[in-house]
Design a protein around this ligand. Structure first.
Ligand SMILES: [Zn+2]
Length: 316
């Protein structure tokens, strides 16, 4: 059978999305389940198996030659296991083996969700044509991934580019990861909202205290809301500048809910970047919004599966 498609899974704390994807990144068939994130590990796995089973019921399934998984992290691609922070029932869970069994023995490629989004932006989105890129998701958490020398750089365990847990404030607030002053501790949506509230910002009559509400207030000129986004932008700029200085990226792509704040984030971010990315070889670095939208995880997992398929074909 000619295998011109791949299967893809995007596993997060709220949903498990599946798709059959062609070589141009087009989604031809979809399946989805809610993630029973607070249930035991086997219950979560059943939802994954149902998603794969639904894909396998498609007449297109026989054309799938590999399956890619982008999962909430941490993941360990070297052992094929995952321990997502927001799925407590899975600790060192053998996801690759279990999905391979559910998928009738297809080769399975596992990457972290930040790396998956990077693969998608590089293949079809804002980082297309860039050989050296950092792609980030700024939402409830801050994740990311790297493209180096034209290739996705997942690292041995599939977590490389996890910029959310680079420290940009040596004596900063403790981060749930155990370190201090991490980018995520300053720039994630909940931390933008927390800082605004601590400094006297109050929500409107609807009581919405999300980062999106803070962004709305900033757009109306609320100085505390503006300052909270500026501080997040500063943390992101420091992390991006450090990355650029280390590995010479020429573009940083920012997606996720906080990324949707638009100029409220990007204006102070571009300004702050000038203060941190100072050496000659990082001064041309550009920062742009992500383009891929909600299918980024699926398309990125498909890209990883396609790369695996190509490697396998080359090895034969
Ligand atoms: Zn951290």
């Amino acid at each position: 059978m000619h295998t011109d498609l791949v299967a893809a899974l995007d596993i997060g704390g709220t949903k498990i999305a599946g798709a059959l994807v062609d070589g141009h990144g087009r989604i031809l068939h979809r399946a989805q389940r809610a993630t029973p994130a607070q249930e035991d590990g086997e219950t979560v796995m059943r939802a994954v198996e149902e998603t794969v089973g639904e894909l396998a019921g498609s007449p297109l399934w026989g054309r799938a030659g590999a399956l890619g998984i982008g999962s909430a992290g941490p993941v360990d691609a070297s052992t094929g296991t995952v321990s997502p922070v927001n799925v407590p029932g899975w600790r060192d869970f053998p996801l690759v083996r279990r999905v391979r069994e559910a998928a009738g023995g297809l080769p399975v490629e596992l990457i972290g969700d930040g790396v998956a989004i990077t693969a998608a932006e590089h293949w079809q989105g804002a980082a297309r044509g860039h050989d050296n890129a950092l792609c980030m998701v700024v939402s409830t958490g801050v994740g990311g991934g790297l493209v180096l020398n034209g290739q996705l750089h997942a690292g041995p365990t599939g977590n490389a580019g996890h910029i959310g847990h680079i420290s940009v404030d040596l004596d900063g607030d403790p981060c749930p990861c155990g370190a201090r002053g991490c980018v995520e501790r300053i720039a994630s949506g909940p931390n933008i909202a927390r800082r605004a509230l601590e400094n006297g910002w109050r929500p409107g009559p609807d009581g919405d205290t999300s980062a999106a509400a803070v962004a709305q207030a900033a757009r109306s000129g609320d100085p505390v809301a503006v300052a909270s986004f500026a501080r997040a932008a500063q943390a992101l700029a420091a992390g991006i500048a450090a990355t650029a200085t280390l590995v010479e990226i020429d573009i940083a792509v920012i997606g996720g809910g906080v990324g949707k704040a638009g100029d409220i984030l990007f204006e102070p971010l571009r300004k702050a970047l000038g203060s941190y990315a100072t050496l000659s070889f990082v001064q041309r670095l550009t920062i742009v919004p992500a383009q891929m939208g909600t299918d980024a995880g699926l398309v990125g997992a498909a890209a990883a599966a396609l790369a695996r398929q190509t490697d396998t074909a080359a090895a034969v």
